[in-house]
Ligand binder design. Structure first.
Ligand SMILES: Cc1cc2nc3c(=O)[nH]c(=O)nc-3n(C[C@H](O)[C@H](O)[C@H](O)COP(=O)(O)OP(=O)(O)OC[C@H]3O[C@@H](n4cnc5c(N)ncnc54)[C@H](O)[C@@H]3O)c2cc1C
Length: 459
């Protein structure tokens, strides 16, 4: 079998997929290989069924985070077209170019099964004023909501179009990347392959491996940020005004007490709260469906506080992991608490949750989040819940559920230039694994951007 390719892409998440797709379109003759640790899309199956398997059993390959489609495959499929959040791609490629790339990605999604889905926009929204009046800031964005089900269809269609032109190797984690005189060699369990151009797009699940590659090749990195908080779940009607107009309102609040910034993240109208497994640590996340028959009565979103560390501390993700581990230790996984219980300084119990008016969509252990989250972070979250209560009355109700902990780990930032190229020529690092992006749209756009650069060099 040919093991020499023009381009090798490591990781088949949105970054890797869009890089492969764009290269195929720009130069159909190119020999392209994609190596992926996880399974093909149809074989990705998380064993949690809420019945026999109720919580994460730490599968060797996590189907939520790995496989064709990457961490995005079972995600809510919210493609935010904005430079205001989701990554700092614009710092490398320019603001207008970043937006153009995200729109291009949106067009491809629309032509692969996403047509008919709604594009929400904050422009001209009456909530901007309402937010300002309550000391909240609504960030500008257009949001395409594919939904978990349509997102899956888009991925399936893209794979169908690529599979006869691009060589996909599933269940093949790359172990090592080495620089050759002209190009790169990648090693995996049963062999090696070489290429002229190498694109690494290993996402969050590949962050530790990415660090090891950077260490071996002496590529500079930095890691100083982690976001910590809770996932809020409340009756969908409480947030209906916001979600029906914007689908997802990205709202930021500056706390009065510490002047920390707290923000909403990943809002899922009529969605479900889910477990997330990152390197064996169980945290919380959420998703929702476009299909009305799969929707729930609740809306969920995260409230996160960003923590930036300064010298000499360098392990921001380690800090986040330790807090998540603490919640796993106390709750055996994710902890859930009623807001009213948190405010009264008491733990939630099964009985108190059952007596509440909000039906939890995730089976989590009732407990006390104040034993897990640092006071400063929890104070910020409580302050923001009261601020949100002014624009969405009912947010601060006693029965509002808080799941913890939600941690947004940031990959260390790999030193890349304006081409997303490392200090080594033709070795590119894109997507969430680069630290440049933190979202589907930015990761996908980074893939398109690098594909165009490679195609230009090959011409
Ligand atoms: C539950 C959930 C919901 C989300 N919802 C949204 C949302 O609605 N909107 C949004 O913008 N973002 C969302 N996100 C985040 C989004 O999924 C990521 O930002 C995006 O997937 C990043 O794309 P990526 O290609 O950089 O990395 P990933 O999607 O993480 O893909 C990386 C791939 O590389 C593979 N890999 C890792 N190491 C190796 C190796 N050594 N060799 C070979 N392959 C390797 C992994 O198996 C993985 O498949 C969500 C994430 C989760 C987990």
């Amino acid at each position: 079998m040919n093991t020499n390719f023009d381009v090798i892409i490591i990781g088949a998440g949105p970054g890797g997929i869009f890089a492969a797709y764009e290269l195929m379109k720009l130069d159909p003759q190119l020999q392209i290989a994609v190596y992926e640790s996880g399974n093909p899309l149809e074989k990705r199956k998380c064993p949690i069924d809420g019945d026999k398997v109720k919580s994460c059993i730490n599968c060797p390959i996590c189907s939520i985070m790995s496989g064709f489609g990457g961490a995005g495959a079972f995600s809510d499929g919210k493609y935010n077209i904005t430079n205001a959040f989701g990554g700092t791609l614009y710092e490398h490629v320019g603001r207008d170019n970043a937006i153009e790339l995200m729109k291009y990605v949106d067009n491809i999604n629309m032509s692969h099964g996403g047509e008919g889905t709604k594009l929400y926009s904050t422009s001209g929204s009456e909530f901007k004023k309402k937010c300002i009046q309550s000391k909240l800031t609504l960030l500008d964005a257009s949001v395409r909501h594919l939904g978990t089900d349509k997102n899956y269809v888009v991925l399936k269609n893209m794979y169908e179009e690529m599979k006869d032109h691009i060589k996909f190797f599933f269940r093949t984690p790359i172990e090592k990347v080495e620089k050759l005189e002209d190009g790169y060699e990648v090693s995996f369990k049963d062999g090696k392959a070489t290429c002229k151009y190498c694109v690494i797009s290993v996402g969050r699940s590949g962050s530790k491996w990415m660090q090891s590659v950077c260490d071996e090749l002496n590529i500079p990195t930095k890691s100083n940020r982690v976001d910590l908080g809770v996932r809020v779940e409340l009756p969908a009607v409480v947030f209906e005004d916001i979600t029906s107009a914007l689908y997802e309102g990205k709202i930021v609040y500056q706390t009065q007490k510490f002047e920390d910034s707290v923000r909403t993240f990943c809002m899922n109208p009529r969605g479900a709260v889910v477990n997330e497994n990152t390197n064996g640590i169980i945290t919380v996340n959420g998703h929702s469906y476009e299909d009305p028959s799969l929707q729930t009565e609740n809306t969920n979103f995260a409230l996160l506080v960003s923590k930036h560390f300064s010298e000499p501390f360098k392990d921001s993700n380690g800090y986040g992991e330790s807090i998540a581990r603490l919640s796993n230790m106390l709750g055996g996984g994710v902890i859930v608490q009623r807001f009213g219980d948190l405010e009264r300084g008491r733990r939630s119990t099964v009985k108190r949750i059952e007596e509440g008016t909000v039906r939890p969509t995730l089976k989590a252990t009732p407990g006390d989040l104040s034993l897990v989250l640092p006071k400063r972070i929890l104070d910020g979250i409580i302050e923001m819940i009261y601020a949100l209560d002014k624009i969405a009355p009912g947010t601060a109700n006693d029965d509002t559920l808080l799941y913890g902990v939600e941690v947004k780990f940031y990959n260390m930032e790999v030193s890349v230039d304006e081409k997303l190229e490392t200090i080594y020529p033709d070795l590119f690092v894109i997507g969430d694994g680069s630290g440049v992006t933190h979202s589907l749209s930015h990761a996908s756009a980074s893939g398109v951007y690098v594909a165009r650069e490679i195609a230009e060099r090959i011409k």
